[in-house]
Design a binder for this molecule. Structure first.
Ligand SMILES: Nc1ncnc2c1ncn2[C@@H]1O[C@H](COP(=O)(O)OP(=O)(O)O)[C@@H](O)[C@H]1O
Ligand SMILES: [Mg+2]
Length: 259
């Protein structure tokens, strides 16, 4: 499904600021895998997602998605197949537009089966149905400006827009880190529900080791641009926060393991 081979990303190469962000990284995911990724700040987690999305230059390596070599594919084309939710709730939706208009915008990319006249009566019904799956009562607020929604509601909306039409791959970059603990937990279980129901191949980066253990079927720990620890389904089921910490001198100050 996803195969990353010897991926190397070096920022500001051949300058005093040279930084090897990904140092020959290898990763293989099967269809429907839900991988959680942990690692201290600067270990290359976001760069890995950006590399898949075609947003950073790669110095070496290949990325194969669904039998297609996307290593050099333009980012706007990759975006058609890959759903993304970032940490910042403001990033995934347009604040000065209504919920309905945001959904119509995302449907212009082929989502929701709506292509033109995004806010017609028929489309409203499709949007209502999709929104009702979130259980946030947003289906009755189609005309509400997105700026008036909470961070959690916006992340839920972004998640819906990213997954309504099943993407080949879903990338989540600490998408609950900016939310309060209760909202974060809600968005996480919503994420888990969507990923499982639609069997979406997913990579979720999190700062929270406990969440990384609780969710998904595979787990990796990144360090200095490489995968330092890898746990498959069976190993992951037996994992504890303490075990990860004992296996690796994990940087405690960077994590919120007891949340
Ligand atoms: N656009 C960039 N230019 C220069 N250095 C960068 C850039 N993006 C990331 N880096 C550096 O690459 C390393 C990995 O960053 P990142 O992937 O964002 O880490 P993480 O998400 O694990 O915290 C860090 O040292 C970071 O400072
Ligand atoms: Mg990051």
């Amino acid at each position: 499904m996803l195969e990353i081979k010897d991926l190397k990303v070096i920022f500001e190469q051949n300058t005093v600021n040279e930084k090897i962000a990904l140092d020959g990284l290898n990763l293989k995911l099967e269809d429907g895998d839900f991988l959680t990724v942990i690692g201290s700040n600067g270990s290359g987690k976001t760069t890995l997602l950006n590399a898949i999305l075609g947003l950073v230059e790669k110095q070496a390596g290949t990325i194969i998605l669904d039998d297609e070599d996307i290593t050099k594919k333009p980012s706007h084309k990759i975006a058609k197949d890959v759903g993304v939710v970032f940490q910042n709730p403001l990033r995934g939706t347009a604040p000065n537009m209504s919920i309905e208009e945001n959904l119509a915008l995302s449907s212009a990319k082929g989502k929701f089966g709506v292509f033109s006249n995004g806010t017609s009566k028929k489309n409203k019904q499709k949007f209502r149905e999709a929104l009702s799956t979130l259980n946030l009562d947003l289906e009755n607020r189609l005309e509400t400006n997105v700026a008036l929604l909470s961070g959690g509601q916006r992340q839920a909306l972004t998640l819906l827009m990213a997954t309504n039409e099943k993407p080949k791959l879903l990338l989540l970059d600490e998408h609950t880190a900016a939310l309060d603990p209760k909202t974060a937990a809600n968005i996480l279980s919503l994420t888990d529900k969507i990923v499982k129901e639609k069997k979406i191949t997913t990579i979720m980066i999190t700062h929270n080791v406990k969440d990384a253990i609780t969710y998904g079927n595979k787990l990796v720990l990144l360090n200095e641009g490489k995968i330092k620890l890898y746990f498959d389904k069976e190993e992951k089921e037996k994992l504890t926060v303490e075990k990860i910490l004992s296996l690796y001198n994990y940087n405690l100050s960077d994590t919120q393991i007891f949340n």
